[in-house]
Design a protein around this ligand. Structure first.
Ligand code: ADP
Ligand code: MG
Length: 743
């Protein structure tokens, strides 16, 4: 009985577009393209443009440069050839007016062979090589200019192209190709959508923003990004659509920030006797950076708005003590404080440290972790619920159903990057206990992962930030070296010398889920080899995630007390572990670790005043790309492998060359791309299709300023000039807003 809803023309299903039948619509649907609007947001990956086309006879000059070039050519011949090593390759001979070249495929040769027809026109892009005097492109990407016979197309792309049109090239998945959604067909479908529905595209941004930021109007930009008339058109339409992505992302962040601060918070009295006493009893003086950060936190805690602060400080900068002092403030005000760590080892370490520290001030911390038995856990949960436990340390087990807080005033999350954004929000929801009269507790988030500013604006755009940019005095830089497996013996002789002098050593093995069994075996064998070999007169222990908590704790406490000389471990010790007498970190198979992991691991040493070392042992054999090329043993797979190796080597060299976490993070971001970096994808934000958080800094800043201004001055978008923005936001952003508003 629902009333007929007048559909916006852009909501028309893609099946209404010419040449989109059920099969193609299904493939579109699997790509989340359901409506004309969705289709218009499937942006081209790149363009082919007459000006960027190179004639085959001019290709020689690109042979050595390695740049990607595009040629437009006609298929002249094709053949499948078997080399003497019996690997097949498919050769496609293409030519333009004057010259010929070969395109080579080593994989799926039979399929490739069937794809091309003599006489058809292609745009081919790739790197050119000179193979024994013949120009070649290995596995070029290609785009058909001639329509396929079975799919009549009234657009003559070849002619359009020849008269100077710039043609879009879309990303084509295997499924798309299977139903003919490729090349000229795909282009026609998009062009049809624009021709028939383009006039329904409306502007949604306020005029003053368009004006001030010099943005192309939306009704022009959306068609122009598909069929630009000039290079300028490409630039302006992309800028506009990038701005849109960033603007709405920042609007969401702005609302989230606002939502978080609208709830009343607790106004703590920040003069704390407990904190003062603790500081007096510390064996060191606080650094200036620590004092500054403590001031930031104190002023947040004093304020009646809830604190939402991110504390960034590189490994070893002394974040723990800062957070401990703020917990004492909460406790002195009659509230509970909770400290959440990402691993049990770390939670136990913090618990141990705090128990010692708090002894003289009469506070008994409580520990809550997943591996505790019911009988052990029950009394802890009770004391958390009745308020007896003032300082509670734990893992995410803290936020299970069975745990309820009495009067929670402060939440600290250590090594935040280990938790997802959603986890953070969930935990925050849970923390709003009724006993604090709907007031939101304060939140302090610690992270050692340096986040480039642009990225942190997005990931943590709703938080205030403090930075600990000073290490405690007397720390020497860690000497880092890269060694190949052939030099492994020497590395361990060096390790024994360190142990002889009373120092302790970590040996870390990689462990990933996919190869867990083999990895674990390698760590066990490494342990045996060292204990029975070079370290037979010393104590070597093994630590990994599959051991019981008792074993874990026993080993960590013996290592801390110096009763274990060498600790062979998997990555369980990656974050936070603090044993100042350990001065050598050996990382086995270092090529398999990510950059931030290596940085974190190295951060386990250099925590005392002695000189510390980090040795990265890699198992990479040299691979010579050029040589493989000339031997003709070059395949796509071997190229992938070579690239993996190169990336591995870049990672090792980066770690060896700097201890600056920000520099390391930037290289990491370049190698991995922002999508992977800290799982931005899982953060509950809309996906960025065009904009890059790294390359579009200026645009990001502009979008942030504009969005935050609007959220601040007209949060309900009631001003007439915001009318169309409100409609757009309600239609397309509301669900995301509800999701992110949880915080
Ligand atoms: P992270 O920031 O990596 O969490 P921690 O808080 O574990 O670092 O601190 C690293 C080590 O430095 C600890 O052993 C801690 O006791 C010590 N430390 C902290 N602050 C200072 C200081 N101001 N002077 C000397 N040592 C300090
Ligand atoms: Mg820490």
């Amino acid at each position: 009985m629902s009333p007929t809803r007048v559909q916006h023309p852009l909501e028309t299903p893609v099946t209404y577009i010419k040449r989109v039948g059920p099969r193609r619509a299904n493939v579109f649907a699997s790509l989340e393209i359901h409506t004309v609007r969705d289709l218009l947001h499937m942006y081209p990956r790149k363009y082919i443009d007459r000006r960027s086309i190179v004639k085959i006879r001019d290709l020689w000059q690109y042979v050595t440069t390695g740049t990607e070039v595009t040629v437009v050519a006609t298929v002249r011949g094709k053949d499948i050839v078997r080399s003497y090593k019996k690997r097949e390759r498919f050769i496609l001979v293409v030519g333009d007016e004057q010259s010929f070249m070969d395109c080579i495929w080593f994989r799926r040769t039979r399929t490739m062979e069937r794809l091309f027809r003599k006489g058809e026109r292609l745009a081919l892009s790739g790197q050119v090589t000179d193979f024994k005097g013949t120009l070649q492109m290995v596995h070029p990407s290609f785009d058909r200019l001639t329509p396929q016979k079975d799919d009549e197309d009234e657009h003559n792309w070849d002619e359009m192209f020849n008269t100077g049109r710039i043609l879009p090239i879309y990303t084509e998945t295997a499924e798309m190709k299977e139903v003919g959604l490729e090349g000229s067909i795909l282009r026609s479908i998009v062009l049809h959508a624009i021709e028939n529905y383009g006039s329904s595209v409306e502007e949604h941004l306020p005029d003053d923003i368009l004006h001030q930021r010099n943005l192309m109007p939306y009704p022009e930009a959306l068609p122009a990004i598909h069929f630009p008339r000039s290079g300028d058109d490409i630039h302006h339409s992309r800028q506009r659509l990038k701005y849109d992505e960033l603007f709405f992302l920042q609007m969401l962040l702005g609302y989230r920030r606002r939502g978080a601060r609208q709830v009343p918070g607790i106004s703590f009295t920040v003069k704390s006797n407990l904190a003062r006493k603790l500081i007096e009893q510390l064996p060191f003086a606080l650094t200036d950076a620590q004092k500054r950060v403590i001031k930031d936190i104190a002023s947040d805690m004093q304020s009646s708005k809830p604190m939402h602060r991110l504390l960034q400080g590189d490994v070893g900068s002394g974040k723990t003590i800062v957070s401990i002092l703020s917990m004492l403030v909460a406790v002195e005000n009659g509230y509970q404080a909770v400290f959440m760590a990402p691993t049990e080892i770390l939670a136990v370490q913090h618990y141990t440290t705090m128990r010692q520290l708090f002894e003289s001030i009469g506070i008994e911390p409580a520990l809550l972790i997943g591996s505790q038995k019911k009988a052990e856990r029950k009394p802890v949960e009770e004391s958390v619920a009745n308020g007896e436990a003032k300082v509670i340390i734990g893992t995410h087990a803290l936020f299970q159903e069975s745990v309820s807080f009495h009067k929670l005033g402060l939440i600290i999350i250590d090594e935040q990057h280990r938790f997802g954004v959603m986890q953070r929000l969930r935990l925050y929801e849970k923390a709003k206990t009724p006993e604090i009269n709907g007031r939101a507790p304060d939140l302090l988030i610690l992270t050692a992962t340096p986040i480039p500013r642009t990225l942190s604006l997005t990931l943590y755009g709703d938080l205030d930030t403090s930075i600990l940019d000073e290490r405690p005095p007397g720390r020497k830089p860690v000497k880092t070296a890269v060694r190949s497996k052939n030099e492994r013996d020497k590395v361990y002789v060096f390790a024994r010398d360190e142990v002889k002098q009373g120092r302790q050593v970590y040996v870390v093995y990689p462990l990933i889920v996919q190869s867990e069994k083999i990895d674990l075996k390698a760590a066990k064998e490494g342990h045996e080899e060292l204990q029975n070999g070079i370290f037979k007169n010393y104590t070597v222990a093994l630590l990994h995630g599959k051991m019981s908590r008792e074993e874990n704790e026993d080993i960590m406490s013996r290592f801390r007390d110096g009763r274990i000389d060498v600790l062979v471990a998997t990555t369980v010790i990656e974050v936070g572990v603090d044993v100042p007498n350990a001065t050598l970190m050996i990382i086995e198979h270092a090529e398999r670790f990510g950059l931030s992991q290596l940085h974190q691991l190295r951060g386990r040493v250099g925590r005392g005043s002695d000189q510390s070392y980090c040795i990265l042992v890699h198992y990479l054999s040299p691979f010579n790309k050029a040589a493989a090329f000339n031997r003709g043993t070059f395949t796509e797979r071997s190229l992938e492998k070579a690239e993996e190796k190169e990336k591995g080597m870049v990672r090792l060299e980066t770690i060896a060359s700097t201890e600056d976490g920000f520099k390391i993070a930037e290289v990491d971001l370049k190698l991995r791309g922002p999508g992977d970096f800290f799982g931005v994808r899982q953060s509950g934000y809309p996906e960025l299709k065009l904009a890059s958080l790294i390359d579009d800094k200026a645009l990001l800043d502009a979008a942030r300023t504009d969005a935050f201004t609007i959220v601040k001055h007209d949060p309900h978008l009631r001003e007439p000039s915001h009318e169309r923005l409100r409609r757009h936001f309600e239609h397309h952003m509301k669900p995301l807003l509800n999701l992110t508003r949880a915080g």
